[in-house]
Design a protein around this ligand. Structure first.
Ligand code: NAP
Length: 290
């Protein structure tokens, strides 16, 4: 079994090199991991990039990667939990480049924890960043385009446990379910004004910026390729290509859609299910006591 063939190399592209020439794309969390990979594909297609997140070291790394692709880059500090912080960042983007045409709501927070161990603060933080932050960014971006009467594209980054639930990730799974649902509401509300709203869901796409928590969770699976129907994990550029297609002129009639790029992993089922192992046991935690 060879699985689904490997994709073309990073740097290859199906769209014309100037597809986003003269346009500006905002990617929240665009300094790390998948956000950086998505931003890179827009950069290769001629876009100016605005990357927005909290930590200067992430912004510096993202700016360096995107400038190496000859993109014009604004890296701006922003906490997407705070509407004022978003407004300031988006003002700076508009001042530098004019109104951006694409918003990729990529920033999110996540860490594995059994639900019974999850503090109210942990729940609030993940929901606040992943769901509230996504809405606040979409709201600010959408209002600017409604006011200007200009078309635009919003891509929210989701996760497959929006449909299935995510044992060990109750906070993030619930928040991502909200993000998927929000995508559908906004697509209908803002379609008449020319704003497309889609959701893009990555499968397992390991990258060097993954948090220690997520990495140690993954390390419990010794052969990650063999655990995927595609017989391989995803490559970051595969997410970037999907994002650039959705925001391109060739994806204009796609709105309110959630596109999963995971080689069918989330539909995987066994004829008979393996024995259930409680999440806290999978995570090597001691039995729960109050
Ligand atoms: P990541 O490495 O954890 O990056 C998260 C990014 O979000 C960071 O750049 C971080 O930057 C930013 N961020 C976090 N909180 C923020 C806040 N309050 N305000 C502004 N920015 C904030 O994540 P990733 O693995 O690249 O994943 C990217 C997206 O794909 C996420 O939406 C994630 O849920 C989704 N996803 C990933 C996978 C995967 O296999 N990796 C699978 C399914 C879904 P700062 O720390 O500088 O703020």
């Amino acid at each position: 079994m060879t699985g689904i063939p490997a994709p073309p190399a990073v740097g290859d592209t199906a769209l014309k090199p100037d597809t986003f020439g003269g346009q500006t794309v905002i990617v929240t969390g665009g300094g790390t991991g998948l956000g950086k990979a998505v931003a890179s594909e827009f950069a290769r297609l001629g876009a100016n990039l605005v990357i927005a997140s909290r930590k200067p070291e992430h912004l510096d790394a993202g700016r360096a990667a995107l400038e190496a692709l000859d993109a014009d880059v604004l890296a701006v500090e922003c906490d997407i939990r705070e509407p004022e912080s978003i407004a300031t960042a988006f003002d700076a983007a508009a001042e530098r480049f004019g109104l951006p045409t694409v918003l990729v709501n990529n920033a999110a927070a996540n860490f594995p924890v059994p639900a019974e161990d999850m503090s109210p603060n942990a729940w609030r933080t993940v929901v606040d960043i992943t769901l509230n932050g996504t809405f606040f960014c979409a709201r600010d971006f959408g209002r600017r385009h409604l006011d200007a009467g200009s078309p635009a594209s919003i891509i929210n980054i989701g996760a497959t446990y929006a449909w299935t639930g995510g044992p060990g990730f109750a906070h993030s799974a619930a928040a991502k379910a909200g993000v998927k649902n929000l995508t559908e509401s906004l697509a209908v509300e803002w379609g008449p004004y020319g704003i497309q709203v889609n959701c893009l869901v990555p499968g397992l796409m390991p990258h060097e910026d993954m948090t220690t928590d997520i990495v140690s969770n993954l390390e419990r699976t010794h052969d990650k390729d063999a655990c995927q129907p595609a017989m391989r994990v995803g490559e970051r550029q595969e997410l970037g290509w999907a994002a650039t297609f959705l925001a391109s002129p060739y994806g204009r009639f796609i709105s309110g859609h959630t596109l999963v790029v995971d080689g069918a992993n989330w539909q995987r089922r066994s004829l008979t299910n393996p024995a259930v192992i409680p999440v806290r046991e999978q995570m090597g935690r001691d039995p729960f006591t109050l």
